[in-house]
Design a protein around this ligand. Structure first.
Ligand SMILES: [Zn+2]
Length: 64
């Protein structure tokens, strides 16, 4: 009595953004929806994506 669609010992997955239970065949895995995926990307940009150094005059004025 094996049902390939129901594996009781498969690890439970949750959306990384809202932590709702999801399955690995979710198109937007590891997120429950495209919305949650974009929210997670927004977190990344807020926290990680920054200008690595200050803009100096020499960057703006390259002509002699
Ligand atoms: Zn979600």
């Amino acid at each position: 009595m094996t049902d390939p669609d129901h594996t009781p010992d498969s690890p439970s997955q949750t959306c990384r953004t809202c932590e709702r239970p999801i399955t690995t065949d979710t198109p937007t895995f590891p997120f429950c929806s495209e919305r949650c995926r974009l929210v997670d990307m927004g977190k990344w940009f807020d926290g990680e994506y920054r200008i690595s150094r200050e803009i100096k005059d020499s960057d703006l004025d390259t002509v002699d």
